[in-house]
Design a protein around this ligand. Structure first.
Ligand SMILES: Cc1cc2nc3c(=O)[nH]c(=O)nc-3n(C[C@H](O)[C@H](O)[C@H](O)COP(=O)(O)OP(=O)(O)OC[C@H]3O[C@@H](n4cnc5c(N)ncnc54)[C@H](O)[C@@H]3O)c2cc1C
Length: 306
């Protein structure tokens, strides 16, 4: 019998095989007796997952999020080689006005069992001589955080999902329909698959798919698709090798080492959020100005895009 004609009973369709959809498909298959189908138009990790700097950290101000991040990091540690998790440590910097809040935040994280400490600026400058700190800034350091490889992470889940029997289809979903309580998806090639439910893990393409499925503008999700430029720096020889991630909350910038000799830098400033771009037609990379956190002038700069 053709796969497309199989019974829809107990079938769950997961659309999108980035880090989210691959994990959802794997965990659904593990936790239920349902047949699970995972579909992606570009293959596993072909969306934003492949652009992620994949910083794995536990410095969060929200306790629930911090707990979740702490649990997730254990997973990265347990699968360190496959997920290419590098425990580089992470430095967080806040402006002087937020120092007290940072101290309270670190207290909360420590109560959860997370290792993080407040550093005096003098101490931080000694530990990280290529970073430029203002005398009154707040600095903290978490030694167990770092970064992973986002593509390996999504593939890890997708492979495990398929080992359990999840079916993967490399197809584009054109439309979702709900007929008499049953979900149906129509692929770009015209074929149809029915299921008990459909889970959208389509990230920035979600509203596009909902529009194609007949949802009115007012019923779309309140999402904006913003470009996120990333600067690639060539590190000077003096700071090659494993170096900590820098979470510069004072300037809303971040820096992540890439391999032995590169450094990726991005920023989360709000002016970039004004844009709402077509996810299939991203604008050309723009120049991005990161603040003077990097001390040395020896960094060579290029701009990429996410
Ligand atoms: C530059 C950059 C840096 C980032 N840095 C970090 C970081 O340091 N730490 C962190 O935690 N997060 C970071 N993120 C965020 C992180 O990358 C995303 O949150 C995460 O990868 C999203 O995964 P996802 O599976 O939800 O989405 P995606 O990876 O975008 O997956 C969605 C998938 O849906 C598929 N799809 C969409 N529409 C259809 C359709 N109609 N039919 C079939 N398939 C479809 C797409 O092909 C795609 O593969 C960063 C993101 C960017 C862009």
């Amino acid at each position: 019998m053709s796969y497309y004609k199989m019974s829809a009973r107990d079938r769950i369709i997961v659309i999108g095989a980035g880090s989210t959809g691959s994990s959802v498909a794997y965990n659904l298959k593990r936790a239920t007796h349902s047949e699970v189908v995972l579909i992606d138009k570009g293959g596993v990790a072909s969306g934003m997952t492949s652009f992620s700097t994949a910083i794995v950290r536990t410095h969060y101000s929200n306790e629930v999020v911090a707990k979740m991040a702490f649990e997730s990091r254990k997973f990265f540690e347990a699968n360190r080689e496959t997920l290419r998790f590098y425990k580089t440590g992470m430095v967080t910097v806040v402006p002087s006005a937020l120092r007290k809040r940072m101290e309270d935040n670190v207290d909360m994280l420590r109560r959860l069992g997370i290792r993080e400490e407040i550093l005096e600026v003098k101490e931080a400058s000694k530990m990280f001589p290529w970073l430029n700190f203002d005398a009154d800034e707040g600095v903290s350091y978490e030694p167990d955080s770092g970064y992973a490889d986002p593509v390996s992470t999504a593939n890890f889940f997708a492979r495990k999902a398929m080992d359990l029997g999840v079916k993967f289809l490399r197809e584009e979903v054109h439309r979702i329909e709900n007929t008499q309580g049953q979900a149906k998806i129509v692929l770009r090639n015209g074929k149809e698959i029915s299921g008990a439910s459909v889970i959208l893990c389509t990230n920035i393409w979600t509203n596009k798919l909902l529009s194609q499925s007949g949802f009115a503008k007012g019923d779309l999700l309140p999402l904006k698709v913003s470009p996120h430029p990333v600067v690639i720096y060539k590190r000077p020889n003096g700071i090659a090798g494993l170096r900590p991630v820098v979470n510069d909350l004072a300037n809303r910038d971040y820096y992540k080492p890439e391999g032995e000799s590169l450094l990726l830098g991005g920023n989360l400033r709000s002016e970039l959020d004004e844009a709402d771009v077509d996810p299939d037609k991203p604008p050309p990379p723009s120049t991005v100005q990161l603040y003077r956190r990097l001390f040395t002038k020896d960094f060579e700069q290029d701009t990429s895009h996410g």
